[in-house]
Write a protein that binds this ligand. Structure first.
Ligand code: GLN
Length: 480
């Protein structure tokens, strides 16, 4: 992405040519990948022309970018891949998207997701299942599967997603791209359709760590429109600079177990060898509450979702039933029954249950206490190390349909990603190699977790590993 940006700046290629090239690729390949929900051909070409005329400048001038369809834009639709918002046109643009446009980016379109960002495979989209560009019989991961697939398949120079429990890092790992979730509060959530407000965070998908760092720096920083956005200065990342020595890489036994497939376990070993070679000290850290992450997350996230999604009542927002109704409650329940998909309904019911009187203390309150313990685990760990190395997922991408009837199996996809959100810290997934034992090679991701607001260091540490790993990126798509 940075290379393309520099070529446009040096006038070796025009922004219009770059944008047209991506639009052509979308035309050619998206029929099999289904990464996009909507493509803004005319608007993108107009923006590119404005860059070429010198009217739009900035650190992303002319760079074509895709955004997840749960980020509001004052043009086009913002559907969250839900029937509930199928026709919704947002009256304003999300701060993160606005900052990208202000930096000169060309927004190509909106990408597919699991409905309201609830899922790990993009199969929960009400409209279409996105396919993994490495093997279209497999899922791209989720919930930002469209953004991950678009970045992996070079249907954009980079893309943006949201991560509540892993929705950037898990699909990044499965699609062979870099996916970065900054610290909670780093990037404004204004205009991001809320799923679980104490966990949601926006971040980029890119081919390289340096690209992710640039997009992050452009989007990050205090926004008066989001009271949870942090007033902490954004340190420039400088991925080309070596991290401070001696570097201490944390390793937690809780993330290294028999659930990891051999290819994933090998990737961790390779990364450790690289860090040792680079002179890093490998320190064992203990994260004893790790195993409670999934139940805690699925209580906190569903509780917040049940409250956030109450606004879709068919009156103020969203789908309204055409069926005859008897009264207001009937209008609400019929509209909601028609507008929401199964997984969203499951989450609303779970969340309502854990918040209901008599169960609140036993579930929701207890989950909040465990969340604090998980945060303390990380606080203790970061006293001993600069970043924690672990897998992003236990295994590479699975086949479409393999887990769609088993919510628990699906929830376990997030076993290595949710605790980062519960603790509010930063996490990045980088491509770590490809498997050689599947019919087609599939990418593997490695995750590095960094302390809150320590993104610049985390990115330098990730960039060092990336340089040595030289993991392949998808260069050409497989024929259908
Ligand atoms: N897969 C997780 C879930 O289904 C995480 C989703 C997300 O990060 N948006 O909730």
């Amino acid at each position: 992405m940075i290379e393309l940006r520099d070529m446009i700046a040096a006038k070796q290629i025009t922004a219009t040519e770059a944008t047209q090239a991506y639009l052509d690729r979308i035309e050619k390949y998206d029929g099999q990948i289904h990464a996009y929900r909507e493509v803004y051909t005319d608007r993108a070409l107009e923006r590119a022309a404005a860059v070429d005329r010198g009217e739009v400048t900035g650190p992303l001038a002319g760079v074509p970018i895709a955004i997840k369809d749960n980020l509001c834009t004052s043009w086009g639709h913002t559907t969250c891949s839900s029937k509930m918002l199928e026709d919704f046109q947002a009256p304003y643009t999300a701060t993160a998207v606005q900052r990208l446009e202000d930096a000169g980016a060309v927004i190509l379109g909106k990408t597919n997701l699991d409905e309201f960002a609830m899922g790990s495979s993009t199969e929960n989209s009400a409209f279409v299942t996105t396919r993994n560009p490495w093997d279209t019989s497999c899922v791209p991961g989720g919930s930002s599967g469209g953004s991950a697939a678009a970045a992996g398949a070079s249907l954009c120079a980079a893309s943006i997603g949201s991560d509540t429990g892993g929705s950037i890092r898990q699909p990044a790992a499965l699609c062979g791209v870099v996916g970065f979730k900054p610290t909670y509060g780093r990037i404004s959530r204004w205009g991001l359709v809320a799923f679980a407000s104490s966990l949601d965070q926006i971040g980029p998908f890119t081919k390289t760590v340096a690209d992710a760092a640039l997009l992050y720096e452009i989007m990050a920083g205090r926004d008066p429109l989001d009271s949870t956005s942090a007033d902490v200065s954004v340190e420039p990342t400088q991925t080309e600079t070596q991290p401070d020595q001696p570097l201490r890489i944390g390793l937690a036994k809780q993330y290294l177990n028999d659930n990891n497939t051999p290819a994933v376990a090998d990737a961790v070993e390779r990364a450790l060898a690289i860090y040792r070679e680079l002179g890093a000290e490998i320190v064992e850290v203990d994260l004893p509450h790790t195993e409670y992450g999934i139940p805690t997350y699925y209580i906190v996230a569903t509780a917040e979702a049940s409250s956030n999604l109450a606004r879709y009542d068919g009156v103020h927002y969203g789908h309204r039933t055409d069926a005859p109704v008897t009264d207001m409650p009937d209008l609400y329940s019929t509209s909601r029954a028609e507008g929401f998909g199964d997984e969203v309904k499951r989450r609303i019911m779970l969340g309502t249950y854990v918040l209901s009187s008599g169960y609140y203390d036993a579930y929701y309150l207890r989950a909040l206490k465990v969340r604090r313990l998980i945060k303390q685990d990380f606080d203790n760990a970061f006293e001993k190390c600069d970043a924690i190395l672990c897998p992003t997922t236990t295994a590479p991408a699975f086949e479409v349909g393999a887990k769609s009837d088993d919510p628990l199996a699906m929830y376990l996809n997030d076993v290595y990603t949710v605790n980062c959100n519960l603790a509010g810290i930063a996490g990045i997934s980088i491509p770590a190699g490809i498997t050689d034992d599947t019919p087609r090679p599939l990418p593997i991701g490695l995750q590095l977790l960094g302390n809150a607001f320590d993104e610049a260091r985390l990115m330098r540490i990730a960039s060092q590993l990336e340089n040595k790993l030289q993991a392949p990126r998808l260069t050409e798509l497989q024929p259908a």
